[in-house]
Design a protein around this ligand. Sequence first.
Ligand code: F6P
Length: 323
Amino acid sequence: MGKLRKLAVVTSGGDAPGMNAAIRALARLAAWNGLEVVGFERGWEGVIENKFMRLDSRAVSGILHLGGTILRTSRCEKFKTREGLEKAAETLAVNDIGGLIVIGGDGSIRGANELSKYTDASIMALPASIDNDVYGTDETIGFDTAVNTALTEINKIRDTAVSHERTFIIEVMGRRRGFLALEVGLTAGAEIILVPEVKFDQEKLYEILRKNAAKGKRSSIIVAAEGIGETRKLAEDIQKNVDTEVRLSVLGYVQRGGSPTARSRMLATLFAEKAIDLLLDGVEGKVIVLQRGEITSITLEEACSKEKPLNVNLLELAEKLAI
Ligand code: F6P
């Protein structure tokens, strides 16, 4: 590949707070290094349809504190086809784009890995998702913000739960995985945390709630990952089997929005710095990751071929803390 002159950025899949911080850092660091940058609009759709905006330093002013993504995003079915990938590769070639930085979750990283087989452009991925389910990184951009958003809501729910002496099931996002539920549950002091990775016995759950009542706990918070499914049915079952009034609160899309926390902004900024450094060094096909406090990278292929493990020890810790 010739000398790197032009970069492109795309945000794809579910948005995550901190995506704008990443876009800003990428645009400014690229400009600092004399590189031109464009941003494809509406995720992979924009790459396929060759729709982009220029991202010079002024274009990314005033976005650091904003949730969402100024580039907008989508879940693009066409990108999963050979035709879509070929069109996307063609867009990169006609615009002379030497490096593409993809900001998104595990689906977007899979897409980036596929596209890398069709293009000569070097592809870098910055993991951004409230689900924190990308293999190889301890944290994704936006996760910390979503945890804090959920906590703020649960603090309020705790007030009413205590006043009414009720049991609350609070459903949080996370798609098929329980990373968000686990961290939210632990830091909210939930009595019970339910994640898809660990089968739970409903009878045992009733028993815990009964024991809690006997110990003098008059209200309980159950944090459930959306991936366990059927939380409404669970609420009804508990109501029937335990002497407690049960309410369900689905937190939903509030978890995806809002101003990114300092931690999400920091991660976005440091991931962006690493991506630009690697591109300038001529490195190709990497996912930027955080591992034990260090910003490093793994290959796109590795990120796509492995499943991130959930730290089930934290579930045990939460159980001990809920006595
Ligand atoms: O991946 C982020 C996420 O918010 C998941 O937690 C959730 O299951 C999903 O996206 C919702 O997807 P959509 O935005 O397509 O409704």
